[in-house]
Design a protein around this ligand. Structure first.
Ligand code: NDP
Ligand code: KPL
Length: 372
C-alpha cells in the first residue's frame, strides 16, 4: 500500500513511525514543510508498551507530488486551519480512488473536501486521535502514549465506510464505524476541553498581563472549569437532539466519556489523567515573567476552527448556547476580534474562521443533506 502522512508534527511523525514499523512492506511517505530537520531514522518511544523502535520512512519531502503521488490513503495531521491548503496541494497527485483522512476530523473539513477532490475520492475522519503524541525532538524522536482501544471513523460518503475502515485497519489502526460524518464533525474533543480550561486560566486578566510563573494546563483543574465544560457539552447535546432523522448516537456525552457523572467527579478525573500532568498552559517567557502565547494552537485552532465551528451549527436550528457564547465572546474580546454584534454570533471577523456560514450552505436541510 502507498501511504502518505501530511504534517511533521507530534501526531504525523508518530503515525509515520507506527505504520512503517508495523508494515515495513508499505511505502510510507511524510509530507512536511521542514524535511531538512528530519533524521534519516526517527526514534519512536511507545511509552506504555515500554518499547522504542527506529524507523526509516520511504520518503520525507516538501513535495506534494512525490509524497502524495499515487497514495491509496492519506492521513492528515495538521491544525484545522491548515487543512484546506493541504487538500489543494495533494489533490492532483493521489490515487484515483484514494481515501483522504483527517485526524481528528472536525474543523469543517467536510465543507471544503469536494472543492478539491472528485467523487471517486473519499473523505474520512477520526473522532479522536488514535493516541496522544509529543515530539521529544522535532524530526528526530517522538513519544507515543495513551493508545485508544479503537478509533471511531466516519466517511462523508456513508456507503464507503466499510472500505475506508478496511484500508485504515490494513495500516494497523483499529476502527469502529460511525453512521455518518456528522458523528465525527461534532465530537467535542479539544474544541470543548481546551477552550473551557483556556477560558478559566486566562479570563481574569487581559492579554498583556505578565504572570510570575508558567503554569500547567490541567494541574489544578477546578470545579468552575468542569461546570463550563459540561455546560458546553449539554448545549451540544441539545443541538444533537434537534437534528431529527440523523443518527448522532456515537457522540457520547463527556460525562460518559470521562466516566464522571458530576462536576466534582469530573474535576477529580481530569486531575488524575497521567498524560495530562505534563502539559503546560500556552505561555511564553517575557521580561519579568510569562505572558499568554496566543500563537499556540490552543488559541489559533481550538477557538476559530473548533468551538466556533460547533457554535455555527446552532444558528441553523435556532437553539441557544449561552456557555459557548460566554467562552467564545471572551476569546473574541481577548484577541480584539469582532465575533458578536449585539449578542449575535455574526461579527465580521468570523470570516477568518471555519464556521459553516463561510460556505455555500444556507438552510438546515442543505446542511443535514451533506451527512446523509
Ligand atoms: N498531539 C496530540 O497528542 C493531540 C493532537 N490533537 C490534534 O491533532 C491534530 C494534529 O496535532 P499535532 O500533530 O499535535 O499538531 P502540531 O502542533 O504538532 O502541528 C502539526 C503540523 O502542522 C503543521 N503546521 C503547523 N502550523 C502550521 C501552519 N501555520 N501552516 C501550515 N502547517 C502548519 C506543521 O507541519 P510541518 O511540521 O510539516 O511543518 C506541524 O508540525 C491537531 O488538530 C490537534 O489539535 C488532538 C489531541 C491530541
Ligand atoms: C496536549 C494534549 C495531548 C492534551 O490536551 C492535546 O490534546 C493536544 O496536544 O492537542
Amino acid at each position: 500500500m502507498n501511504i502518505c502522512i501530511v504534517g511533521g508534527g507530534h501526531i504525523g511523525t508518530t503515525l509515520v513511525c507506527y505504520i512503517k514499523h508495523s508494515h515495513p512492506e508499505y511505502k510510507v511517505s511524510l509530507y512536511t514543510r521542514k524535511p531538512e530537520l528530519f533524521a534519516e531514522e526517527i526514534q519512536c518511544n511507545d511509552i506504555e508498551r515500554n518499547i522504542s523502535y527506529y524507523v526509516k520512512p520511504d520518503l520525507i519531502s516538501n513535495s506534494a507530488e512525490k509524497t502524495a503521488g499515487g497514495a491509496d490513503i492519506v492521513f492528515i495531521a495538521l491544525p484545522h486551519f491548515a487543512i484546506e491548503k493541504a487538500f489543494g496541494n495533494i489533490a492532483p497527485y493521489v490515487a484515483a480512488d484514494a481515501f483522504i483522512g483527517v485526524l481528528p476530523g472536525g474543523g469543517g473539513c467536510e465543507f471544503i473536501f469536494n472543492k478539491y477532490f472528485d467523487n471517486d475520492k473519499t473523505l474520512f475522519g477520526f473522532q479522536r486521535v488514535p493516541f496522544t503524541a509529543k515530539l521529544e525532538k522535532y524530526g528526530v524522536e517522538t513519544n507515543l502514549k495513551s493508545w485508544k482501544p479503537f478509533s471511531v471513523v466516519g466517511t462523508l460518503n456513508t456507503d464507503r465506510i466499510d472500505k475506508a475502515c478496511e484500508r485504515i485497519e490494513l495500516c494497523g489502526l483499529r476502527t469502529k464505524k460511525a453512521s455518518n460524518y456528522l458523528e465525527i464533525a461534532l465530537t467535542p474533543t479539544n474544541p470543548i476541553l481546551h477552550t473551557s480550561r483556556t477560558y478559566e486560566l486566562f479570563s481574569k486578566h487581559d492579554v498583556d498581563y505578565v504572570y510570575d510563573t508558567k503554569f500547567k494546563f490541567y494541574v489544578g483543574w477546578s470545579d468552575d472549569t468542569s461546570e463550563t465544560l459540561l455546560g458546553m457539552d449539554r448545549e451540544l447535546h441539545n443541538l444533537l437532539d434537534a437534528m431529527d432523522g440523523i443518527n448522532t448516537s456515537a457522540i457520547r456525552p463527556l460525562s460518559e466519556h470521562y466516566e464522571s457523572p458530576t462536576i466534582p467527579a469530573l474535576t477529580a478525573k481530569i486531575n488524575s489523567i497521567p498524560t495530562f500532568q505534563t502539559v503546560f498552559a500556552p505561555m511564553k517567557e517575557t521580561e519579568g515573567g510569562y505572558i499568554t502565547d496566543v500563537t499556540s494552537r490552543m488559541f489559533t485552532e481550538d477557538f476559530p476552527w473548533g468551538l466556533a465551528v460547533i457554535r455555527s451549527y446552532f444558528e441553523f436550528f435556532n437553539i441557544k448556547a449561552p456557555t459557548m457564547d460566554k467562552v467564545l465572546g471572551w476569546y473574541a474580546d481577548y484577541m480584539g476580534l469582532e465575533w458578536y454584534v449585539e449578542g449575535k454570533f455574526c461579527g465580521k471577523d468570523l470570516i477568518q474562521t471555519g464556521i459553516i456560514q463561510n460556505y455555500d450552505i444556507k438552510t438546515k436541510e442543505e446542511l443535514l443533506a451533506l451527512y446523509k
